[in-house]
Design a protein around this ligand. Structure first.
Ligand code: 13P
Length: 257
């Protein structure tokens, strides 16, 4: 029997500011940078995804701190007459290196489907961005016993063929846990993350599938980070509300010291 692989992906703690924040909020990134010392940098990657008007100033503020900056969405198109949309190359040009795609709020507010998310991911990867593809079931779907089926369908439908462990991150965000203070049990998180890992190995091959980071998101805060982040196949967190304050975000990142 071949030896069990012990190499694990480097954890990533990512902050999604959603439609929050102003230029004054950039000071939180400065404070995060001061707390992100060499020891912590070795153990965990950090990312902040501000709203698009703040991308460039956030990237400027984060220079030299080791904190990466990313977008919250990017278009499947490259440029042209698409009022209000942001292309992946604009995210890159503003200093972003990653982009969140298929967040449940975009799936709901903008009726985004798996196929569109796959096209967006394809364009973003081609531009050189790392994509964080979000998946997760609603409360009704979990209560109907369909959580795994929904997550697996979203995964298969939204990961492009060009994806690999370097350009893809998955975030499991149960919709009912977002902004509610509710979280799944550690056993439920473990079950979904194992299913995602298994499917990633099928889709991308064993080696690549093992190295893709799978984040948990949904009401992560300093008080529950240790429990959630120590679950098997959880390689970091996608944090909403608690990423707006440097003290809370860094307390979550400290789990990896
Ligand atoms: P909260 O951490 O506020 O629950 O949000 C999670 C989320 O949606 C991150 O993308």
């Amino acid at each position: 029997m071949p030896a069990k692989s012990t190499v694990k992906p480097k954890p990533l703690v990512a902050g999604n500011w959603k439609m929050n924040g102003a230029r004054a909020s950039l000071n939180e990134i400065t404070v995060m940078g001061l707390a992100y010392d060499a020891d912590l940098r070795r153990n965990v990657d950090l990312l902040i995804c501000p709203p698009s008007p703040l991308l460039y100033p956030a990237a400027t503020t984060a220079l030299g701190t080791g904190i990466a900056i990313g977008g919250q969405d990017s278009s499947e198109k490259i440029s042209g007459a698409h009022t209000g949309d942001v292309s992946p190359s604009m995210v890159l040009d503003a200093g972003g290196s990653m982009v969140i795609l298929g967040h449940s709020e975009r799936r709901t507010d903008h009726n985004e489907k798996d196929t569109l998310i796959e096209h967006k991911a394809c364009a973003a990867i081609a531009t050189g961005l790392v994509v964080i593809i979000c998946v997760g079931e609603t409360r009704a779907e979990r209560e109907a016993g369909r959580a795994l089926a929904v997550v697996r369908r979203q995964l298969r439908g939204s990961i492009p063929r060009s994806a690999n462990a370097q350009n893809l991150v998955i975030a499991y965000e149960p919709v009912w846990a977002i902004g509610t203070g509710l979280t799944p049990t550690a056993a439920d998180v473990a079950e979904v993350h194992l299913a995602i890992r298994t499917d990633l190995k099928k889709l991308l091959g064993k080696q690549q599938g093992e190295m893709v980071r799978i984040l948990y998101g949904g009401s992560v805060k300093p008080s529950n980070a240790k429990e959630l982040l120590s679950v098997d196949n959880v390689n970091g967190a996608l944090v909403g509300g608690a990423s707006l304050k440097a003290a809370d975000f860094m307390a979550i990142a400290e789990t990896y010291r």
